[in-house]
Each structure stands twice: as structure tokens, then as C-alpha cells.
Design a protein around this ligand. Structure first.
Ligand code: SER
Length: 887
């Protein structure tokens, strides 16, 4: 049974049983605890917790999931995968254990002819949480399972939570017995390879705190209702139903391997080492493409870093299979073709996806070249010191700076007959991780504190946001925190966090900076410096009590700094316009990769397959955007369903957070984007958008920075003033400035040449004077003097030859010294033919005095030169030379 058919049957089964079909959420949900969505329930978390009422009592989804905990294991075994799809059914306070068991049993064992998967009921085993007698009874009653095929397990295996505070509950897992040829008898408690888990039914009823009930810690609370969350591994069911040995051989994964076979000319299954590489490619190509599809670009931290590792491991594995040409686009194409029937965005976003992988591959290939040089040096050093172990520091440097996976270093070292000090490498990696954790903890929203916010949310519900239309509203303080702890009151001078029941303050999100302003009551004022949303639905004002004592339950007037908000809104509108302009000019592969909307200025990052945007294209985008301002188009915002927004072609990237109602912002027909931010009413309010710069921020991502409104005007007006001043100074019209400056630069260059010539002439002119100062040493004329300072070797040589010429053919030696400001001294010795006849060779004379100026030198009998570092020693050097000539 093909994977798409499995998905179809799952969905049909649950839709027929009254479930609403919900599309997969983006892999990137706004949950500070998760790098990637790793289970079907993630998008429903607020419904389980009761933060938001569930819009339907039952739902079903096929969720794309990424788990990156053990990337290094992928490929070495056939069991590990970073990408998989989880098919799930969910009940929000509707059916519970009995319903979940019945629905799952019917689908798993249902006849294939009537829509089921047709697994043999006699080969199904289940596990239940150790004390869950109720589940055992249900498995017997509903499925008719005998006692021996129901096994109890403790929390480690049969309690499920997200690994962080949130919903959880005991679970019951369904296993399929692959037969005695795959392992020992005795059920899943004995062998999880032979008995393969296909489906996990979670009876979601608890709220877990910092410590997990998996390890026996009691839950911190009970959820408002009893829920069901199930997850069936689509790929696992596929490989069982397709009768193949593992996930890698299923219909959607094998084609990637086939592509790698075609590239390399090698065969999957022929050699275990190659097989590992084939599997790395197949798995990572799938996760990489899906992650990029949801808007992540490679970088050196967080999700971007995981993505970078995945892509680089593919390229590296291909290399190890003997492929040197670029491969990523080709693999991405295979993934697209296999996966697009379920995830159509892979088709529509493909140009962007392939641009990202191509840029990353190119960057990595040049990294490989640079890193290989470092590697070669390290190998040479190691070998020349007689060691056989490459230092761990070098392996770490290669990893950290050049992105070399350790296995690459290991393999390259092995080719050179070397080992790698892996202990040191691991220790350095550990240090780095500790640093990274400390960084994360010091960020604004650590998940340690989320429980206090959650407590406020549980008691008082979500904060109503009124700030789309109001900038000053009344509200009451429902939560007051100081030093991360709830307090009843906070005195003047305290730094506080304040939660209101309703607020006009915008919390930082989607690149838009938070509002600032004031919360005022009759008896106190809080200055608001920042607003964040540490848990979905809650807005936390951060600031300082500037007078009086703030108390919980007080009524306040919450007033946003209007001018600042207006400037931010203008910037945000500006960002949408620049986004539309960039897309118009560069095509849809230029997709937003991040943005900042601050008062009066904006930053917009986007993927650009074509590299830099030319100055002409940039100027055109800028001019087009300003034209849209002048057209004064109306900006409309409205809520609609995700499907409708998609149908209308709204630009979107990071799958909208929770629920499927989305907010759309239209600017006439010029721009349509999903957005939760604030905007102005008409484009004309921006007045002016001035693009300042465009540049690369790495990996095919470009950044445009621009000013908006008066800030743009001020900037231009300053530049205008500057230009006027220059024009005035240069007595030129502004448009003549470039030519005039060019002219000046050229004139300057000529003048410098002229000066240089005069200087050289002056130096040579001193030759006569120097020759006149010759002293007679037993019939040899010696000119040994300090020439003008700052002469280099060339000047000294021509001066010395000139002086020598003036000495004629009688024995003569010329030695000239010239020191410079940097404490260096240059010297030249020249001899006449007469001197040479007497055995005085220039090259031989140098060692007689060089030491006195802390230097050395040498040359031929007629001319030699050198340099030293002690100008003060020149008189002593001259004295030494005299003696040498005399002797
Ligand atoms: N949340 C559970 C899991 O991930 C069931 O969907 O296994």
C-alpha cells in the first residue's frame, strides 16, 4: 500500500468518524520550547491546556515532524530518522480511552477491501501504563486481546509528555509482531525490533511541571478536560504494509536513494559503509527540504544550524560515494516529486527551496576547500612531530570554523593513517554547548519561567489585545511579577512585569518591535519599556514603577507612546511594500527570511538565488515603492481562514501560529500578506521610503535596510546639505561633483609624482657634497656618512653609485646610511675598481660593521646593501668600517 494511500485511508477513517480534517502545521511553530514541531499534537497544545477553546471537538491531521536529537545515528541504523509524518486523531474533551482504542483498532485491523490497513489481529500487541487497569479492560472488551498480549510498562515507556512543561498523560502503544525471524519472543517489553510500535494513544489528562511524570514525579495539575492525542508513524506502517525491510525502502524514500545511486554509480545494499551514506542522504534530503519549505535558511545557530548540518552531511555523504558535482538540487527535486501530493507548498516554493540548497552547497564546497588546507597543515604538523593522533583542538576548529562534521575529520585523518583525539574534541564541544545553553537562558524568554506566566494565564485567561484600533485603554492588573516571582505590590523604583486583562500594547512579534508607554492609576505609574509574549495569548509589560506603589487588581489606563507606535507602523507597512517590490523584481524565489520594524527604519532579509540585487534593480524597487506611497492606497486588514488566504495568494512563510484563522493585510492590490502586526491606514502616510543599503548576510540571504517617513527625509536632507557644502567648497554644481572629485584625485596623483621626482633629484644633487667629504685612509678614499633620512634601498643605491663615479678610478669606498622614523636603518656599500684591486669587496665589508647597527646584509664586490634596527649605532659602524678599510 503506497504511503499516500495510507494517509488517505487514515484521514477518511477519522473524517467518517466525525473528525475535522486539519492540515499539517508548519514545522516552525511559535513555541519557545521546540526547535521543530515533533508531534501531531503540537498545534493543538492550547486546546489541551484550555488556553483557547477548541474550535471542534474532534480533529485529525497528518503532521510533518522533525526530530533532531540523534542526527549522528541516522544512517548507521535503519531505525533513526529526522523526518517523519505522524498521523493523529484528537479529541478535545469529547471521546476518551474507549473511543481512542476502538477507532485505532478498527483502522489497524480493518479489512483492506473496506478501507482498513488489514493487519493480522493475532499479531497485534499493546502496552499500557502500569496502573491503567481501565485500558486493559478496554483492550480486552473492544479488541478481544488476550491477557498475554497486553503488557504493563512504567512511566518511562508509557507516559507521554512534550519533554517540557505542558500537557501529558499515560499512554497505550500498539505494536506489530514482525515474526520470530526478527527477534525474541516475549512481546515489546523484550524486543522492540521484532515488535514494532506503530501507534501511540495518549490519554491526555495531566499538566506536567518542570519534572516529568515519566520519572514518577506527580503532575502539577489536571487538564480542564480529558482528551485524546494519538500518533501513528506513517512511514512505519508503510514499510510494514509494503513488505520491505525498513523505512528507507518505502515508496517515498527509496527514490532519493535511487537518485544517489545514479549519481555515484554505486548500489545500495552492496556495502555497509556506502549504505550508511545512502541513508543519510535519503533522510536528510527529506528533512532539509521540508524545513526550508517552512522558511528556515542555513545559519550558525538554532534551526538554521540544524539545517546547515543536515545539508552538509548530505554533500559530504555524496562525496564519500565518490560524487563531486553539486547534488542538493537534484535530491530536492526527488523529495518534491514524492512529497508534493501531501505538501503542495513544496511545488509552489520550489524555486526558493532550490536556491537555498544551491547557495549552501556552494558555500560548503568552498569551505571544504579552505578547511582541507587547514586539515593538511594539521596533518603535516602532527606527522612532523612524530605523533599519530591529530589534536582535538584542530578537529574542533575544523568543526567550528569550517563546518567539518567530525566524521569527515575522522575519515580524512584515517586516510592519512592518523587518529583523532576525540576526547578532547568532545570536551570542547561540551564546553560550547554549555556556553550556548547559558546564552539561551539569558535570552528574553527562557522556558524555565514559563510556569509563572502559565499560572496567570490559567487563572485569568488570555490578554485581549485592543491595539489594532486603540492606543489608550482601561484595564486591570491581573498579574504582577518582580524578580520572576508573583508579588501583590511593587514599590517605586521596582522593575516589574505586569499582565493586564486587556491592553493596547503590541508585544514584540514578527519582527515588529514592542510598544513602549505608561500604565497609570491614581496612585502609581509604571513606565513600560518592553512587551513580550512568553506564552501564547499572554502579553507581559516590562518596565519600572516610576511613582507610587503598583498593586495587583488595580485599574490602570494603559497608554502607548503614540508617536513611536506610528513610526513603527510606518516601518512595518514599509517592510510589506519592500517585500512586494523585491518579489516583483526578483520573482517568487525571493522570499522573506526575517525582518525588523523599528521606529522609522526597517530591515528586510530575503533569499536571493541570483545573488546581489543590482543597484539599478534596487533603485527601481525603491522608486516603485514610493510610487505606491503616492497612490495613497488603502490598507485593509481582515481575518479569514488559512485556506482562503492561500487561495487569494497572500504571502506567508512561517505557518500561522495556532488555529486556522489568520489575519491578512492588503495594500491595494500591490501587497497581500499574512501579518499580526500594526500598519498605517493608507500608504501615503509613509511619506517617503529611502533604501540605504543592500548586502549579503550569508547563504544566499540578502538584507535591505531602509528609512521611512521623516527619518528618511532627515537622512536625505542631511545628505543634501553635505552635497551643497561640497559643491560650495569645490565651486561646482552638484552634478559636476563626481567629475570634479575625479579631477582632484588625478591632480593630486600628478603632484605626488612631481614631488617624488624632485626629492630624488635633490638626493642625487647631494652626491657632489658627499664626494667632497671623502677622507683618505692609506690611499683609499672613504666616503662613509649618514645620507638624508628616509631613503630606501633604491635611492641609496643610485646615490652611492653617483658618489662612487665622482671618486674616479682610484681606490675608493662609499658607504651610505639612512635611518627612518620607524627605527630602521638602511645601508649601501659601493667600491671603485681601484678599491677592488686592493681586495676591498663591498659584500665582504658589510659584515665588518653591520652588527653595530643591529643588522646584516651582503652583495657583490662592487655593490652590497643591508639593513638594521639600531640607527644610534651608525657612528660606531662608520668607525668599524674605517678600521676595516685601513687594514
Ligand atoms: N504525542 C504522542 C507522540 O508523539 C502521540 O501523538 O507519540
Amino acid at each position: 500500500m503506497q504511503t499516500h494511500e495510507i494517509i488517505r485511508r487514515f484521514t477518511d477513517h477519522f473524517v467518517a468518524a466525525g473528525h475535522t480534517r486539519v492540515p499539517s502545521a508548519s514545522l516552525i511553530l511559535d513555541d519557545p520550547n521546540l526547535l521543530f514541531v515533533n508531534a501531531g499534537m503540537v498545534q493543538f497544545k492550547p486546546y489541551f491546556l484550555g488556553d483557547v477553546p477548541a474550535p471542534y471537538p474532534r480533529a485529525t491531521s497528518i503532521q510533518k515532524c522533525v526530530r533532531t536529537g540523534d542526527i549522528d545515528e541516522v544512517g548507521r541504523t535503519t531505525r533513526h530518522n529526522t523526518f517523519f509524518q505522524m498521523a493523529g486523531n484528537f479529541s478535545f474533551g469529547d471521546y476518551f480511552k474507549a473511543g481512542a482504542i476502538e477507532h485505532a483498532w478498527n483502522l489497524v485491523t480493518g479489512d483492506q477491501a473496506s478501507g482498513g490497513f488489514g493487519f493480522d489481529p493475532d499479531r497485534i500487541w499493546v502496552t499500557v501504563y502500569e496502573t491503567d487497569d481501565e485500558a486493559i479492560a478496554l483492550w480486552k472488551r473492544i479488541a478481544g486481546l488476550p491477557d498475554e498480549r497486553i503488557q504493563r510498562r512504567d512511566g518511562k515507556d508509557n507516559y507521554w509528555d512534550m519533554g517540557v512543561p505542558g500537557p501529558g498523560g499515560p499512554c497505550s502503544e500498539i505494536y506489530y509482531d514482525r515474526g520470530p525471524e526478527h527477534g525474541k519472543d516475549g512481546g515489546p517489553v523484550v524486543d522492540e525490533d521484532r515488535y514494532l510500535e506503530i501507534w501511540n494513544l495518549v490519554f491526555m489528562q495531566d499538566e506536567r511541571g518542570e519534572l516529568s511524570p515519566k520519572l514518577g514525579h506527580p503532575p502539577v495539575g489536571t487538564l480542564p478536560s480529558k482528551n485524546i492525542d494519538t500518533g501513528m508513524g506513517v512511514e512505519r506502517v508503510a514499510y510494514l504494509l509494503q513488505g520491505v525491510a525498513n523505512v528507507y525502502e518505502t515508496d517515498l524514500v527509496r527514490p532519493v536513494i535511487a537518485r544517489a545511486e545514479a549519481f555515484s554509480g554505486r548500489r545500495y545494499g552492496a556495502n555497509p559503509e556506502d549504505d550508511t551514506r545512502f541513508r543519510v542522504i535519503a533522510d536528510h534530503a527529506r528533512s532539509g527540504v521540508m524545513i526550508i519549505g517552512d522558511g528556515v535558511t542555513p545559519s550558525n545557530e538554532g534551526r538554521g544550524y540544524v539545517l546547515r548540518r543536515l545539508l552538509r552531511r548530505i554533500v559530504r555523504s555524496a562525496r564519500l560515494l565518490g560524487v563531486t558535482e553539486p547534488v542538493l538540487r537534484a535530491f530536492a527535486e526527488v523529495v518534491r516529486d514524492e512529497m508534493a501530493p501531501t505538501y503542495p507548498e513544496l511545488q509552489t516554493e520550489f524555486e526558493r527551496i532550490s536556491a537555498v540548497v544551491e547557495a549552501e552547497e556552494e558555500a560548503f564546497l568552498s569551505t571544504l576547500t579552505a578547511g582541507s588546507r587547514i586539515f593538511d597543515t594539521a596533518v603535516a604538523e602532527t606527522k612532523s612531530s612524530g605523533a599519530l593522533i591529530l589534536p582535538g583542538d584542530r578537529a574542533f576548529q575544523l568543526h567550528d570554523t569550517y563546518g567539518f562534521p567530525i566524521d569527515l575529520t575522522l575519515e580524512m585523518a584515517a586516510e592519512q593513517g592518523l587518529e583523532v583525539d576525540q576526547d578532547r574534541f568532545t570536551a570542547l564541544m561540551q564546553e560550547q554547548r554549555t556556553r550556548a545553553k547559558a546564552d539561551a537562558a539569558s535570552r528574553k524568554v527562557g522556558h524555565g519561567d514559563a510556569s509563572i506566566y502559565r499560572a496567570v494565564l490559567d487563572t485569568h485567561g488570555t490578554t485581549s489585545f485592543l491595539g489594532y484600533t486603540e492606543l489608550a485603554t482601561e484595564g486591570s492588573i491581573v498579574g504582577l511579577m518582580k524578580d520572576g516571582q508573583p508579588v501583590p505590590a511593587a514599590a517605586e523604583g521596582s522593575s516589574v512585569e505586569v499582565v493586564l486583562d486587556r491592553t493596547p500594547f503590541y508585544a514584540e512579534a514578527g519582527g515588529q518591535q514592542a510598544d513602549t508607554g505608561e500604565l497609570r492609576s491614581d496612585s502609581f505609574t509604571v513606565r513600560v519599556d518592553d512587551v513580550q509574549s512568553p506564552v501564547a495569548g499572554l502579553r507581559v509589560h516590562r518596565g519600572v514603577v516610576t511613582n507610587g506603589t503598583a498593586t495587583v487588581d488595580s485599574s490602570v489606563v494603559a497608554e502607548v507612546d503614540v508617536a513611536r507606535r506610528a513610526a513603527i507602523s510606518r516601518a512595518h507597512t514599509g517592510t510589506h511594500l519592500v517585500h512586494a517590490g523585491v518579489r516583483g523584481a526578483l520573482g517568487t524565489s525571493a522570499a522573506q527570511a526575517g525582518s525588523l520594524n523599528a521606529p522609522g527604519r526597517l530591515r528586510f532579509d530575503f533569499t536571493s538565488p541570483g545573488g546581489a540585487v543590482s543597484p539599478t534593480a534596487l533603485a527601481e524597487i525603491e522608486s516603485e515603492v514610493n510610487t505606491v506611497l503616492q497612490q495613497n492606497r488603502e490598507i485593509e486588514t481582515y481575518e479569514t481562514s488559512m485556506d482562503e488566504a492561500r487561495r487569494r495568494g497572500a504571502m506567508m512563510l512561517f505557518g500561522e501560529k495556532y488555529g486556522d484563522r489568520v489575519r491578512v493585510v492588503d495594500m491595494g492590490d500591490y501587497s497581500r500578506e499574512l501579518c499580526g502586526g500594526t500598519h498605517v491606514g493608507r500608504t501615503g502616510e509613509l511619506g517617503l521610503v529611502k533604501v540605504l543599503s543592500e548586502g549579503s548576510i550569508g547563504s544566499g540571504v540578502r538584507r535591505v535596510e531602509a528609512l521611512v517617513g521623516l527619518d528618511a527625509f532627515d537622512h536625505m536632507s542631511k545628505e543634501h546639505l553635505l552635497v551643497s557644502q561640497l559643491a560650495e567648497q569645490l565651486k561646482a554644481r552638484p552634478e559636476e561633483l563626481p567629475e570634479r572629485v575625479n579631477g582632484l584625485v588625478e591632480k593630486l596623483r600628478d603632484a605626488e609624482r612631481e614631488i617624488e621626482k624632485h626629492r630624488a633629484d635633490a638626493v642625487l644633487a647631494s652626491a657632489g657634497t658627499l664626494a667632497d667629504r671623502a677622507e683618505d685612509l692609506d690611499g683609499t678614499a672613504l666616503v662613509a656618512v649618514e645620507a638624508p633620512p628616509g631613503l630606501g634601498g633604491n635611492d641609496l643605491r643610485s646615490l652611492a653609485s653617483d658618489v662612487r663615479g665622482r671618486l674616479g678610478s682610484k681606490p675608493g669606498v662609499v658607504a651610505l646610511f639612512s635611518s627612518d622614523d620607524a627605527g630602521k636603518v638602511a645601508f649601501v656599500v659601493a667600491t671603485t675598481a681601484g678599491a677592488r684591486d686592493k681586495g676591498l669587496a663591498a659584500g665582504k665589508l658589510i659584515p665588518t660593521f653591520a652588527q653595530a647597527v643591529g643588522g646584516r646584509g651582503g652583495g657583490k664586490p662592487d655593490l652590497a646593501q643591508g639593513g638594521g634596527t639600531e640607527p644610534a649605532g651608525v657612528p660606531a659602524a662608520i668607525q668599524a668600517l674605517r678600521e676595516a678599510v685601513r687594514a
